[in-house]
Each structure stands twice: as structure tokens, then as C-alpha cells.
Write a protein that binds this ligand. Structure first.
Ligand code: IPM
Ligand code: MG
Length: 352
């Protein structure tokens, strides 16, 4: 298979970890006889510095000419004081919006090798945790009408039936492939947009009779995630609730440096990135954990390229390296072998 991939390392540790993802992809192409080519583009703070814009035209154009996008991370204290329309984060929203990447998949998994890192009591997590947060990514309050003057400011959360339907269908379909449990999260006791959301979910549920559906208000969902996370399998929710709950879910796994994400559009084109941030304090120091980005590559192989065997191989390689006790600083515990970013990438590539 021949594929061209846009690399958008972004800021901070984005640069360090995307390099390791490429190392692993190179190994995949050799082992399985594919041809992957790459072009690298600027986005985020580095793009602001170089061009004055967080998402330069050239980046958009390059990404459009590619078969998928691998993104590192954007942002950092250097650009924190800028107004919101030229902040690094704008690059992310721009890419999501421009490509129509409405379906954001954020798995929260406790890796058995790292179960000690989970901050919850062992009796609460039991055998482990494997939750998939399906977050709507191109609508809701992130993209609604907004404004401000000196004394007031507003953002609006609006959803159309079509926007709700397409993400909720993804939720049901993913649930069908897992344990057939879907929890839809909203704030239907207060918000109009959530009431519509819930109505659409209820209507679609008739088409997926094999899936056990539940609804939770977002405040309760936040509580249940720490009280009894094992009740969840697939969670489907809007943009902002998904932003918040996916961070919470990642934290209860104890290893945010391990978690990948996929942002997909209907035709399976996608952008893949770790869920963690740019960690500017450790950028360029060969400390960051590249595993989340490497697992994001696994998701890319699976969801955009349909290369299931290859995707499984990447996940197995990560598992093998963890089994062999190699750890980056963020997941290091007594008795393990501490390695840097580059060595972790090389070990995973070798394990392939
Ligand atoms: C995320 C991030 C982004 C979001 C920010 C950086 C704009 O928190 O991907 O979850 O809020 O969507
Ligand atoms: Mg977030």
C-alpha cells in the first residue's frame, strides 16, 4: 500500500514524539511491504513564530494532499497571552473544522503492566479499564456563535439533528463491536441542545436494539467515572463534555503519556495525535513518552488505512517493550529500566 502522510509535529515535545512515530512507521513499511512517504508542516506556536498564523495555508494545502495527518501537540506559555483567534490552539480547531473531523475517538485504557499507576483503589478498577470516549469534534460550543465586549462575553452551544445523528451513530456502531454498552452524556435537565441530543439518541436506539443504552447528565458522569468506572464501555457526547470527560478518563488510567486519539471524518480520513499536551518544560530533552503517538499511528493504520494486522503488530510491540520493563520517566517505577524518548521509539520499532 502506498500512502502519503502529513506530519505536523507542532510545539514542545510534539517534535520529539512525532520523530519516534515515524521510526515505527518506517519499520511497519519495511516489515509489511508498504510505501509511506512524509511531508512535515508547521502548526501552532511554531507556525505563529514563522508566519504569524497558527495554521498557515501551506499546512492546510499539504494536509489536503495527504492520506492522513499525524499531529504532535500545540501550544506553550510563550503564546499564552495572545488573543484567542491567533493562539496555537486555533490550529487544532482549524484542522478539525477544515477537514470535518467530527468523530473523535479517545480510548482510556489501563495497561496491565502499568496498573499500579492508576490513582483509584484496586477494588474500584478491578481487572482493569477499557473505555472509549466518542466525542463530537466539529460542533457545539467550540464552533458556535461567540462575541465579547468590555463587559460581557458569550459562546453558544448549538447542535443540528444531522450533527447529533452522525456522531451518535458512530457511538452505537463502536459499541456494537465492543461490549454493546453505550452511555450518552448530556445536560438535558438544563440545555436545549442537550434535550435535542437526547431525543435523537432515543430515536436512533431503535435501530441498534442489540446495544444497551443509558443516559447520564455530565455532572453525574464525571462523578461515576471515578466512583465506578467499570460501568462504562462506550461514552458518546458533545464537544465540550467530551473534552472534559476524556481528560478525566485519561487521568484515571494513570498514564496520560500512553493514550492515543483519532479524529475522523465520514470517509475515514483522519488526524491522529496523542491526547497529552506539548509539555514545553521537557521539550527536546529526550524525556517525553512517545507511546501515545506510536499508538496513534496504530489507530491510523487501523481506521484510515484499514491495515488491521499492522495495527495489531504496533500495539503488540508496545506491549512487548512494556513487558520487558522499559519505561520512560512518566511511567517509571522502582525496579524498571528507565529509557529516553528515542530509545523507547527504537525499542518499539525493534520489537516490530
Ligand atoms: C483537546 C484539547 C483541545 C480541545 C484544546 C487544546 C483546543 O484540550 O484536544 O482535548 O479543547 O479540544
Ligand atoms: Mg482537552
Amino acid at each position: 500500500m502506498k500512502k502519503h502522510i502529513a506530519l505536523v509535529p507542532g510545539d514542545g515535545i510534539g517534535v520529539d514524539i512525532v520523530a519516534e512515530a515515524v521510526k515505527v512507521l518506517d519499520r511497519v513499511q519495511k516489515k509489511f511491504g508498504h510505501e509511506f512517504t512524509y511531508s512535515t508542516y508547521l502548526a501552532g506556536g511554531c507556525a505563529i513564530d514563522a508566519t504569524g498564523k497558527p495554521l498557515p495555508e501551506e499546512t492546510l494545502k499539504g494536509c489536503k494532499e495527504s492520506d492522513s495527518i499525524i499531529l504532535g501537540s500545540v501550544g506553550g506559555p510563550k503564546w499564552d497571552k495572545l488573543p484567542s483567534d491567533i493562539r496555537p490552539e486555533k490550529a487544532l480547531l482549524g484542522l478539525r473544522g477544515e477537514f470535518g473531523l467530527f468523530c473523535n475517538l479517545r480510548p482510556a485504557i489501563i495497561y496491565k503492566q502499568l496498573s499500579a499507576a492508576c490513582p483509584l483503589k484496586p477494588e474500584i478498577v478491578g481487572e482493569g479499564l477499557d473505555i472509549m470516549v466518542v466525542r463530537e469534534l466539529t460542533g457545539g460550543i467550540y464552533f458556535g456563535e461567540r462575541g465579547r465586549d468590555e463587559n460581557s462575553a458569550y459562546d453558544t452551544m448549538s447542535y443540528t439533528v444531522a450533527e447529533i445523528e452522525r456522531i451518535v451513530r458512530k457511538g452505537f456502531e463502536i459499541a456494537q463491536k465492543r461490549t454493546k454498552k453505550l452511555c450518552s452524556v448530556d445536560k438535558a435537565n438544563i440545555l436545549n441542545s442537550s434535550q435535542l441530543w437526547r431525543e435523537v439518541v432515543e430515536r436512533l436506539a431503535f435501530e441498534y436494539p442489540d446495544v444497551a443504552l443509558s443516559h447520564l447528565y455530565v455532572d453525574n458522569a464525571a462523578m461515576q467515572l471515578v466512583r465506578n468506572p467499570r460501568q462504562f464501555d462506550v461514552i458518546v457526547t458533545g464537544n465540550m463534555f467530551g473534552d472534559i470527560l476524556s481528560d478525566e478518563a485519561s487521568q484515571i488510567t494513570g498514564s496520560i503519556g500512553m493514550l492515543p486519539s483519532a479524529s475522523l471524518r465520514e470517509d475515514s480520513f483522519g488526524m491522529y495525535e496523542p491526547i497529552h499536551g506539548s509539555a514545553p518544560d521537557i521539550a527536546g530533552k529526550d524525556i517525553a513518552n512517545p507511546i501515545a503517538t506510536i499508538l496513534s499511528v496504530g489507530m491510523m493504520l487501523r481506521y484510515t488505512f484499514g491495515l488491521i494486522e499492522e495495527a495489531d503488530a504496533v500495539e503488540e510491540a508496545v506491549s512487548k517493550v512494556l513487558d520487558a520493563s522499559y519505561r520512560t520517566a512518566d511511567i517509571f517505577t522502582e525496579g524498571m529500566k528507565r529509557v529516553g524518548t528515542k530509545e523507547m521509539g527504537s525499542l518499539i520499532a525493534q520489537a516490530l
